[in-house]
Design a protein around this ligand. Structure first.
Ligand SMILES: Nc1nc(=O)c2c([nH]1)NC[C@@H]1CN(c3ccc(C(=O)N[C@@H](CCC(=O)O)C(=O)O)cc3)C=[N+]21
Ligand SMILES: [Mg+2]
Length: 296
């Protein structure tokens, strides 16, 4: 078998267009555009690139993008004061504090200070709790993007065996909650799981979010399974440069899987598109503008 390639990049472009198409109706009612504010602390080059592409995508969707670039010397109190100021600013619908923060700053306290109703990353414990009990809130962008790709590919997910490899608060745990909400039978595997290949071979849906380059091999995959690779690992390309690879060994997996997301061009672009989607949804909710169920 040769797997179908799931075109996350193309799907994300369509989602961004659908978001953009819903901006004018909001603007006509609310008298302003939806606004996303990103806070970045320090000079990490990869984070800088990512924040710039987020800003461009936000503007391309017709929304207001604001970026606060703070120096490495920023104190916890300075950062919390900025978050509180953004919480109080009615023009700000979404607040994203780029992670990881420099080591001297306390990430969990910063996230806890964000207004949960502006937490478009879905990282606040209130949003994690809402997801766990099935209340409306914000779902982390990467797992929500994965669900969109899965439903586009498979339709109804109910009754399928889903295995999530990785248990991070940002991807693995919310991914498991979302799959459960779609009535999958969910297994969360991790670094201590006994016989991980055997557990993976039970999966109709295999989500790899471990952060280990090319760890999951083709012979760990059930023939015909749908494989979602959340990993983004920069590794040596053997020619003095670097390349991006996922957590799945793409070449061997593509011989067995029914469908698979590539890296790059799979899950990564969905993360940004869902961030715009969450910001739009936040704006509609905060201004009490009606957004039909399933509109986005
Ligand atoms: N508060 C916060 N929220 C985040 O959502 C967040 C964060 N902090 N910190 C960093 C990570 C990383 N992240 C990515 C999003 C898109 C791509 C992406 O679009 N990747 C492309 C290509 C990337 C490339 O070529 O370098 C792809 O996979 O095809 C990658 C990484 C969001 N993050
Ligand atoms: Mg783990």
């Amino acid at each position: 078998m040769t797997a179908a390639i799931i075109d996350g990049k193309g799907f994300a472009a369509t989602l961004r267009e659908r978001v953009a198409a819903l901006v004018p109706a909001f603007e006509a009612t609310a008298g302003r555009k939806p606004g996303l504010t990103v806070v970045i602390v320090g000079e990490d080059p990869a984070s800088q690139v990512y924040v710039r592409s987020k800003g461009k995508a936000t503007e391309a969707a017709g929304m207001v993008s604001t970026t606060h670039r703070l120096p490495d010397t920023t104190t916890q109190d300075d950062l919390l004061a900025l978050v509180r100021q953004l919480n109080a600013d009615p023009a700000v619908d979404g607040i994203l504090v780029q992670l990881p923060l420099p080591k001297h700053l306390d990430e969990s306290e910063v996230i806890a200070t964000i207004d949960p109703d502006k937490d478009v990353d879905g990282f606040h414990v209130v949003n994690a709790g809402r997801l766990a009990v099935g209340q409306e809130g914000f779902v982390p962008c990467t797992p929500l993007g994965c669900i969109m790709l899965l439903e586009d590919r498979l339709g109804d997910l109910s009754g399928l065996n889903a295995v999530v490899v990785g248990r991070s608060n940002i991807v693995g745990k919310p991914m498991a909650q979302l799959l459960l909400a779609k009535s999958c039978t969910v297994t969360v595997a991790h670094s201590r799981t006994k016989d991980l290949p055997e557990v993976c071979r039970r999966a109709d849906i295999l989500v790899a979010a471990v952060g280990r380059p090319e760890m999951i091999k083709g012979n760990w995959i059930k023939p015909g399974a749908t494989v979602i690779d959340v990993g983004i690992n920069r590794v040596d390309n053997g020619e003095g440069g670097t390349k991006l690879v996922g957590d799945v060994d793409f070449a061997s997996a593509a011989e067995v899987a029914g469908a698979i997301t590539p890296v790059p061009g799979g899950v990564g672009p969905m993360t940004i598109a869902v961030l715009l989607r969450n910001t739009l949804v936040s704006a509609y909710r905060r201004e009490n503008v009606a957004l039909g169920k399933g509109a986005i």
